[in-house]
Design a protein around this ligand. Structure first.
Ligand code: UD1
Ligand code: CA
Length: 465
């Protein structure tokens, strides 16, 4: 039997007060709508997303493997499902989900599909606290004298008495596809105040035909819809906690979960230790026995086993090999590759540079567009001058080269292996293998000159009134 899910993501989301489409607001690094899509896929559904408002960006965020239909302009949830009519099979069961309900779990959808059976429509409902009922924006589940659901009334159209109802529509449904597309959707009528076509009218139609099930779900938090940024923060907190718990149960120590942020796409290994304030984003992957110190930010960065990223380091699009040490307060930028056992110390910035195995840059340096051989030692304050105002040029440093402190390497320049560059040099010419290069003004030493100056200053001071 075909299993299809339509995810509605064409609405404007005006209550977010944002230039970004509501369903693209990220939750733990993943667009809101993606969470719902993945839940539906995990429940075994082929997914079709209805796009409309900012259609192009929403479609782009979906990637290539997910079907979509266009609703232009957005004229309500009923109209949105109607727009998917040509893109999904009119047989079997079709799930309809809102792109703004990201916390729904695959198990809940599987259960809904199971319970749906031969019904025309099964709607998941939930209870909200009676005190909050009058203000809540959800559609209210209206039951008749026998307790049977007869229809759903939207908050905007509800009477004061209906607003007191605390059983509400989650916006998640299973439908008999043929009945929905062929008998119901073509008949929908627009509603005031915005002349929208409501999908909730399909629920009333099923009730009338005796084919409705209202299934009360006991976890209202899971089905909370996101309409504004307060609800966005609720969802983020819950999803974040879930990710943290998943990793803790997989063997990661998280010293302070309340200050640790891990994107859904990050991968961690056993015995990783995360100190307080760590932020891990994007495609970051951390291998076994890595310690990430307090207040580090790693984005799209790979870290090999046994390495340590010390406090306050920031790494973006970098690759750190095994047994490396980084920081405290190091900055690794795009294209940084640290090979096995290399070391980057405090206030070192690295970009598009490979630091060979066991090489060290321990203090206060900028290394850009460089290839640095194994075992090289980059002294404190070394700068690769890679940019002349027009073009970027490369610096090569051979294996076991020793670059003295406060050296400026003016690129393009090549320093051979086993070389020594004297401290304070400004190197503008290549240095061959095994050579010593010193490029600084020779030292002048004038004997007893200091004493003469001190005496002169003392005489001046004595004359002042
Ligand atoms: C909807 C339900 C309400 C339910 C609530 C649950 C209707 C009429 N109301 O209200 O009963 O309690 O969800 O969260 O269905 N969308 C489109 N095209 C449109 C309009 C909306 O694709 O023309 C999409 C939105 O992008 C969103 C979803 O449908 O992902 C729900 O739309 P929204 O405006 O948030 O509906 P609610 O007012 O929350
Ligand atoms: Ca909503």
């Amino acid at each position: 039997m075909a299993r299809t899910a339509i995810v509605l993501a064409a609405g404007r989301g005006t209550r977010m007060k944002s230039t970004l489409s509501k369903v693209l607001h990220p939750l733990c690094g993943r667009p809101m709508v993606q969470w719902t899509i993945e839940a539906a896929q995990a429940a075994g559904c082929e997914v079709c997303v209805v796009v409309g408002h900012q259609a192009e960006s929403v479609r782009e965020s979906l990637g290539d493997n997910i079907g979509h239909a266009l609703q232009d302009p957005p004229r309500g949830t009923g109209d949105a499902v109607r727009c998917a009519s040509g893109s999904v099979p009119h047989e079997g069961t079709v799930l309809v989900l809102s792109g703004d309900t990201p916390r729904v779990r695959p198990e809940t959808l599987e259960q809904l599909l199971e319970q749906h059976g031969d019904a025309l429509c099964s709607v998941l409902t939930m209870g909200i606290t009676p005190q909050s009922a009058p203000e809540s924006a959800y559609g209210r589940i209206v039951r008749d004298d026998q307790g049977q659901v007869s229809r759903i009334v939207e908050a905007a159209n509800a009477s004061d008495a209906e607003l007191e109802i605390s059983e509400v529509n989650s916006g998640i449904y299973a439908f008999n596809a043929r009945w929905l597309f062929e008998d119901v959707l073509p008949q929908l009528q627009p509603h005031p105040p915005k002349d929208e076509y409501y999908l909730t009218d399909a629920v009333a139609a099923a009730a009338e035909a005796g084919g409705l099930q209202a299934l009360l779900h006991d976890n209202a938090d899971e089905l909370e819809g996101i309409n504004d940024r307060v609800q966005l923060s609720h969802a983020e907190a819950a999803l974040r906690r879930h990710i943290l718990e998943k990793w803790m149960l997989a063997g990661v120590t998280i010293r302070d979960p309340s200050s640790t942020y891990i994107d859904a796409s990050v991968k961690l290994s056993m015995d990783v230790i995360l100190e307080p304030g760590v932020v891990l984003k994007g495609s970051t992957q951390i291998s076994e026995k890595v310690r990430v110190g307090p207040h580090c930010v790693l984005e799209n960065t790979q870290v090999g086993p046994g390495s340590e990223i010390k406090a306050g380091s920031v790494c973006l699009n970098a690759s750190v090999g095994p047994q490396c040490a980084v920081g405290p307060m190091a900055r690794l930028r795009e294209g940084t590759v640290l090979e096995t056992g290399s070391k980057v110390g405090n206030f070192v910035e690295i970009k598009k540079t490979t630091l060979g195995a066991q090489a060290k840059a321990s203090h206060l340096s900028y290394l850009g567009d460089s290839v640095i051989g194994p075992g090289a030692n980059i002294g404190a304050g070394t700068i690769t001058c890679n940019y002349d105002g027009h073009t970027k040029s490369k610096t090569h440093i051979g294996e076991r080269a020793f670059i003295g402190s406060n050296t400026a390497l003016v690129a393009p320049v090549s320093i051979g292996k086993n070389t020594i560059v004297g401290a304070g040099s400004v190197v503008t010419h290549d240095v061959p293998d095994g050579a010593l290069a010193v490029a600084r003004a020779p030292q002048k030493t004038l004997k007893e000159k200091a004493q003469t100056i001190h005496d002169k200053n003392a005489r001046k001071a004595a004359k002042k009134p």
